[in-house]
Design a protein around this ligand. Structure first.
Ligand code: UPG
Length: 428
């Protein structure tokens, strides 16, 4: 998004913390080479002061609700360092993630608008107010009155009081919900996505996020050797974790489906179980040439865009969902927490470009347990059924609409222009 603003001749400073900065720096360097005025400003994240382990500066490293509560509390300690930066840099506008509710007040102190970046889609925000979910699908902290429930109330309040909300989505994808949001919320909103499409060459794509745990060219070469739509890609984003016993079910489900696959596995201390193996014996030997396991960070954009990839097993994080749509790839939906159960419904029931694996229970960061039979069934349906071909066609059409939306004259391009003109007309 910073690159998008910079590409319109606006001077941009991205405020981040030491652990998060490296994931942004290469991308920003490349943008600067194009002559964009864009820089990174680093503020210290008060992990230790708040009671978190050193370096715990991103949600991937948060493993419990209590830790989540402390993490969000730590973010409120950023008020002063950010005020100091605003004092020094005197920007005309502050765009801040929805999870920084205090930034609305901070911006007003400096007489500038705060625009919220809401990381999910219009559908999920509307649905959270309108659609029925079972108690099991809801987070515990909403049911019990905890500090986190209070935090999320503040997030909503600050959004209503902000200047407006930016969505990484496009109008044609969810027109009814984009309209509904504007009507019922009463806040201004701009749809400016799919933002990922501003990465339009190989370097931009591979320089986003973390360093891939596999040689990207090797991975693409392996995909080149496969037929179109013959490989299923499995990845659950940056926060979700599965215990070894669940990884084992996934491995067995994949093997039983007989499909070719690329599986990105996030392994850390928290999903290791004593005396449980996460791969069946001889799995990797049997899957030689048939499947690729990436232990760590996968070059997701390049994988999804490869013509050999015909399906995606996803936790329905909004970025992954949008990336699949842009690549025209249908999904097996396996929501874990956050907005993911809503996104699943958008994908399976509204857009009809996915099939649910059957995950039932909302659980922070740790997926509900799903058996190998259900995994096999959903993957086989996704890769080898007639209906899947129809889903693929629909997904491709939506991807095409997404590309048009960000082109000159497209809905997102125009909405972004409108935002910039509005800000400029107010002397910002
Ligand atoms: O091995 C990996 C893993 C992830 N990614 C990228 O990381 C991002 C993951 O984002 P997303 O799919 O949104 O998942 P989370 O990281 O889980 O995102 C959190 O934030 C999102 C909103 O920003 C919410 O929609 C999710 O529910 C919430 O879990 C995507 O761009 C992926 O391409 C990779 O490139 N390689």
């Amino acid at each position: 998004m910073a690159k998008l603003f910079a590409s319109r001749g606006i001077r941009v400073s991205v405020i981040t913390t030491p652990v998060n900065a490296p994931g942004l720096s290469k991308s920003i360097e490349r943008s600067r080479l194009l002559g964009h005025e864009i820089e990174i400003l680093i503020v210290k994240f008060p992990c230790v002061e708040a009671g978190l382990p050193e370096g715990c500066e991103l949600l991937d490293l948060v493993h419990s609700l209590e830790m989540g509560r402390i993490f969000f509390e730590a973010t409120t300690m950023l008020v002063q360092p950010i005020e100091r930066l605003l004092e020094e840099y005197r920007p005309n506008c502050l765009v801040a993630d929805g999870f920084f509710p205090w930034s609305t007040e901070v911006a007003s102190k400096y007489g500038i608008p705060r625009i919220v970046f809401n990381g999910t889609c219009f559908f999920s925000v509307c649905a959270s107010h309108e659609i029925k979910l079972t108690r099991k699908q809801l987070p515990d902290f909403i049911k019990q009155e905890t500090g986190l429930a209070e935090f999320f109330r503040k997030v909503e309040e600050a959004e209503v009081n902000s200047y407006g909300v930016l969505f990484n989505s496009f109008y044609e994808l969810e027109p009814a919900y984009a309209d509904h949001f504007r009507k019922v919320w009463g806040a201004k909103a701009w749809h400016i996505g799919p933002i990922l499409l501003c990465n339009n060459n190989f370097e931009d794509k591979s320089n986003r996020g973390k360093e891939a745990s596999i040689d990207e060219n090797e991975c693409l070469k392996w995909l080149d050797s496969n037929k179109p739509n013959s490989v299923v890609y499995i990845c659950f984003g940056t926060v979700s974790n599965f215990p070894d016993s669940q990884l084992l079910e996934i491995a067995m489900g994949l093997e039983d489906s007989g499909q070719q696959f690329i599986w990105a596995v996030r392994k850390n201390k928290n999903n290791q179980q004593e005396n449980v193996v996460w791969l069946p014996e001889g799995f990797e030997e049997r899957m030689e040439g048939k499947g690729l396991i990436i232990r760590g960070w996968a070059p997701q954009l390049s994988i999804l865009e490869h013509e050999a990839v015909g399906g995606f097993v996803t936790h329905c994080g909004w970025n992954s969902t949008l990336e699949a749509i842009c690549a025209g790839v249908p999904m097996v939906t396996w929501p874990v927490f956050a907005d993911q159960f809503y996104n699943e419904k958008l994908v399976t029931q509204v857009l009809r470009i996915g099939v649910a694996v059957g995950a039932q229970k909302w659980a922070i960061g740790v997926g509900d347990s799903v058996k190998k039979e259900a995994i096999k069934k959903a993957v086989t349906y996704l890769m080898a059924s007639e209906e899947a071909e129809e889903m693929r066609c629909r997904a491709k059409k939506l991807g095409e609409m997404g590309r048009k939306a960000v082109e000159e004259g497209g809905s997102s391009h125009s909405d972004f222009n409108a935002l910039i003109e509005e800000l400029r007309s107010k002397g910002m």
